[in-house]
Design a protein around this ligand. Sequence first.
Ligand code: BGC
Length: 917
Amino acid sequence: MKEWIVIALAMMMPFVSCLKYGGSDIKVTHLRCEYLENPLGIDVLRPRLNWILESSRRGQKQTAYRILVASSLQNLKKELGDLWDTGRVESDRSTQIVYNGQELSSRMNCYWKGCVWDEEGVRSDYSPHASWTMGLLSDEDWQGSWIRMDRALPTDKPEDLAPGPPPPWFRKQFTLDKPVKKAHVYVTALGLFELSINGERIGKDVFAPEWTDYNRRIQYRTYDVTEQLLRGANGIGVVIGDGWYSGYVGWRKQRGNYGLRNSLLLNLEIEYDDGEKFLVATDDTWRCSEGPIISSDLLMGEHYDARKEMQGWDSAEFDDKGWKQVAIMERPSARLVAQPSEPIRVTETITPVGMTNPEKDVYVFDLGQNISGWARLAVTGKTGDRVTLRFAERLNPDGTIYTENLRDARATDVYVLKGGGEESFEPRFTFHGFQYVEVTGFRGIPAPDAITGCVVHSTTPPAGTFECSHPMVNKLFANLTWGQRGNYLSIPTDCPQRDERLGWMGDAQIFVRTGTFNMDVAAFFTKWMQDVEDAQSKAGAFPDFAPRLNDKNLMGFEAAPAWGDAGIIIPWTIYRVYGDNRIISRHWDAMTHWMDFLREANPNLIRRKKVNNNYGDWLSIKADTPKDLLATAYWAHDARLMSRMAEVIGRKDDVGRYDTLFRNIRTAFQKAFVLSDGRVKGETQTGYLLALAMDLLPQELRDQAAGHLVEDIKARDWHISTGFVGCGFINPVLTRMGHHDMAYRLLFNDTFPSWGYSIMHGATTIWERWDGWTADKGFQDPGMNSFNHYAFGAVGEWLYRFVAGIDLDSEEAAYRKIRIRPFPGVDLKYARAEYQSIHGKIVSGWKREGKEMTMDITIPPNTTATVFVPFSDVSKITEGGRSVEEAEAVQFLRVDDNCAVFDVGSGTYVFTFPVSD
Ligand code: BGC
């Protein structure tokens, strides 16, 4: 009998182990390749794969994984990873897994899925499948030619900022005589393209292929157009706007920064059902014409004459006899690359909150929110009626729009009606930074819905939210998030409204950590760091803004302290937040070149030479931080980050080399700028902040220096005085140094200068200057007064990290290990942040109720957290109603700085404890 049972059990074993498979509650979700969901047309030969795990259990972990990558969906369904089958890999890594299968080549479709083994060795189900396709990897893959329209053009230095010529429209008719299985179109332009096939616009991207230094790199995009093609006759059409390539960019009143002739390269690759291939590529059989867009420019606006519309121009039937033959142009020498980042799109539309009529026949719509984008106009009128839209961020006291701060950006859209019914207009190749839209030329009084605001920016996926019991702080958070939305547009710009809109490096590095909390910016900065490297000078100087403009007069705009240093800080931050060590290795040579450049110029280790424009602590308020101090601090910081990055990518010699450099610069810094009582030369808030944040003081002077910082804040009646450079450090440093009451005081302040002051006066974004507008003086310095610059919004980092308490572990990157340490402010009842990290959703919230405080925490599977409960008597802390000893996956570690510190596994926790007095 016994034997029989043994035999029966043995026979059941395969089923038992089968049951184990798929028996875990762990789910593999959010599959992404190179940070993107199902990307079409990538050119990374070893793409990195990421997934997120979900589980309802505490302490859940991945112990192994298996990834299958197949060349067809059928194979994948059969669990045949013909491109890559990792087999079972004993590993707890679920991010940045480098593809290591069959060599990838142009156009390949790769379908993939994965499963994992959980903490108990039980296998999950396979994830739903995801895919990526390879783009065109070499120049030879591109058939056909670059085409353009042959015509006389205005110069790049037009008088009186004259508009450019009408954008060229291109078209081609072709016939498909068999059913189509698959069609991909690869398209790029010098200029901005909008593509349509058989009357249908392809994709939702705007301003493609976006901004790069077109002399070095031109991005292309790939679309699946199988559904848009017809058996029989087809029409394809593309219109090319000026954009960054040939339009106005920056403040130098100049068009054509990279070239003047907009041109197009397109490959439409079709595969018939029977496997035969058919190609439609740009060549001399394409035809071109000018059309209804009279002019269109990113800064100046768009002028559209609907009477000139060419009905059906992008369909087969259109009669293009009146169109011209295109000209073939020489291939640019720049590399063609797939766009690695999310495209720009319209992400939201906004209905105005009101309309006023400040002057006869002038109507002003208020969106209630300062945005980047444009207005959609709904209008009825007679043929030839001309409606003009002008855009502004603020109003003058008389209710008219304030446009002085736009400088030379005209930001004016003109629509000429065709007449005969309701018409709708949205520009294609311009954007404005605005809250108000002035409408003139409208027949009668515009209806309240005559204007709709269209919000436009890079579609970096939203990642974080923050909320607390203080409405003004919530408004500040909303404003800084809008600042990011308004300015992360292809590149991190300084502002979206005036004649500037450049990728200023200082602004970018000051805000980047906040940026990572608000949105997933891994792909966005992957792309932009390439722009930064492309813009590095031969001598090794990182630029002050990237991409560079092709203008000899701007060559000196490089190496500014806190600006150029973004070339080190951005890769470091992207590594820390996303565990991306490839961004370090890819830019390592550029970064060492920069470090050598600084070192050669400054042998005495004080950074005074080769700093060209030293903007100092830009836009500080009556506080001049010595520029050499600021520069040297950043250099030391660079050296320390280089040492840590060298460690990440295994460059052992460089770890020590840069650490020594850091220490030597620190010694030089102390000699030059630090007094024995902890005072730092210049005695400004930013001086103290840099010295403390960048660890440049002797240990024994840190508290004294923090004391001097507090004294300065007090002497200014508890106000901030920093400019861009200090603003991101002030609250984190105050909190770290034990003065978090002071950090909260600055946060809640609503008198000038403060974050709150702008909010009390109607701000819906972050202002460029603390004194952009003041009650006693009105608008300040129209020469430089944007109301949508994100730098001062760098306080967002502190809201997430210190108010809500979600932070990275000091050693481990990518939130594999999470630090939860809120610093509850006495004047707040609650605060809470949610953050979608690369490992999944993290939540940290705290709430005071009567004499109790609770902390709500969620830690994603496959990660752990060190949780600081701000109460030191462990016996009085409960979790989920039980004592902490009984709580599952919670381990008490120690008492530290009046907090009980726990190690917790994944899951959701509620800690409760008495409120300290
Ligand atoms: C920009 C800034 C930028 C600065 C350089 C300004 O015009 O708008 O944000 O960083 O120039 O100091």
